[in-house]
Design a protein around this ligand. Structure first.
Ligand code: ACO
Length: 378
């Protein structure tokens, strides 16, 4: 057996062969199935992009219509899931609520017919359709309100925004939100996708696959960073405080949230698009002083850490966009999950096609031949 050098965080070690997405971290390029994200953000919709990722090609008009139709009419969640969610503590984090609810879906659909394309499609539709409903339901229920029924006449993104507060969203908000989902849907072999593939490799059901990935996405070094970015901007409070804040972080060797990436050594292309979307929202709905703070942060971090390749990542501007939409900070990561579920499912499908259970090795650095000490002698 070939013995490899141990790499913390598995940096640079391929965990799979994949044709789903491609990233060039030096040039700042991200492609889904070969198509640049800039083009998809301009011309596609979230559901069309999800289809592209999962089935490998852009859908025809009829295929897209059928997929949109299926997703639209599977948005409702079972009463029993809703009742279970009602028992969740309102102080609990919505990511934990989402992880538990996604796993609970598996209780209702326990049949595992992993080689049947109909089973694959039904599972994909069910997860993409119901995850937003579960996020919105928990948001309303933790405030003591009843969840809102999905509206079949609204598109995917408009319906989600509607379910959050029972108000039909402005069309620009809905389109910007849809683009955000396109930008967050997939990103090669990151931590949560790796989690999804490891779980998938055991041939468990797709609900367990998604639940494990949701749990991984929630951490502050991964999807949870967008929440921490807003908390950091609140703490900084003004443009004048930016430089001292960053200097203090660097002195304490603390990470500045929303900056840095394992792969990108230039500005994350998704951050560039999100920044443009944030500006569109500020133009229509009014300026946000946090944006001035964010821009100053970008300048100072580039000055101090640009030589190390530390630039804004996707999480730096996504929070500002969601904040302008009036979305509560702790829903930013669940929204990331709403998007990323389609990427995880693309990897689930790809993993199943050539599955081998993940079973890496380790470098043992513990003891050997230790004798057992009886409890009264310890
Ligand atoms: N602030 C300050 N310094 C940083 C930052 C940062 N945000 N990110 C990296 N660095 C520095 C490190 O201190 C290290 O410096 P050194 O070589 O002098 O020790 C160097 O850059 C390399 O950093 P690592 O932590 O080794 O990079 P790694 O690839 O392991 O981590 C990560 C990448 C986790 C994203 C990191 O940049 C980070 O913690 N960023 C802040 C959290 C964040 O924004 N996460 C979201 C990432 S995007 C996503 O998951 C959707």
């Amino acid at each position: 057996m070939m013995v490899c050098e141990y790499k913390p965080g598995l940096e640079g070690i391929p965990a799979a062969q994949s044709s789903i997405s491609y990233v060039d971290g030096q040039k700042g390029i991200l492609e889904y199935r070969g198509i640049r994200i800039e083009e998809l953000a301009e011309k596609s919709t979230f559901l069309e992009t999800a289809y592209l990722l999962i089935w490998g090609e852009l859908p025809t008009k009829e295929e897209l219509k059928a997929f949109e139709h299926e997703v639209r009419y599977h948005r409702r969640i079972k009463y029993r899931i809703r009742d279970m969610m009602k028992c969740f503590p309102e102080s609990g984090h919505p990511m934990d609520a989402l992880q538990a609810s996604a796993a609970a879906l598996g209780l209702f659909y326990s049949l595992r017919d992993l080689h049947n394309p109909v089973y694959i499609r039904d599972s994909v539709v069910r997860l993409i359709a119901t995850i937003p409903t579960m996020v919105a339901a928990f948001q309303l229920m933790r405030k003591g309100n009843d969840p809102v029924r999905p509206r079949d006449d609204l598109d995917y993104s408009a319906n989600f925004l509607y379910m959050l507060d029972e108000k039909e969203p402005d069309p620009l908000m809905a389109r910007v939100f849809d683009i955000c989902l396109i930008l967050q849907v997939e990103h090669t072999m990151n931590a949560s996708t790796f989690s999804a593939r490891v779980t998938a490799s055991t041939l468990t059901d797709p609900y367990a696959v998604v639940a494990s990935a949701v749990g991984t996405l929630g951490g502050p070094l991964h999807g949870g960073a967008n929440e921490e970015v807003i908390q950091m901007l609140e703490k900084i409070g003004s443009v004048e405080n930016v430089r001292p804040y960053i200097e203090d972080c660097l002195q304490r060797k603390a990470k500045i949230m929303g900056f840095g990436h394992r792969v990108y050594k230039v500005k994350d292309p998704r951050a560039t698009i999100l920044q443009g979307l944030a500006e569109q929202l500020f133009e229509k709905f009014g300026h946000d002083k946090f944006y001035d703070i964010a821009q100053e942060m970008e300048r100072v971090v580039e000055e101090k850490l640009g030589s190390k390749g530390i630039y804004p990542n996707i999480d730096f501007y996504s929070g500002l966009v969601y904040r302008k939409m009036g979305i509560p900070t702790d829903l930013f990561t669940p929204i990331f999950a709403i998007a990323r579920v389609a990427g995880w499912l693309a990897h689930w499908k790809e993993q199943l096609a050539e599955n081998r259970i993940f079973r890496p090795t380790q470098v043992y650095n513990g003891l050997h031949e230790v004798t057992y000490t009886p409890i009264d002698k310890r």
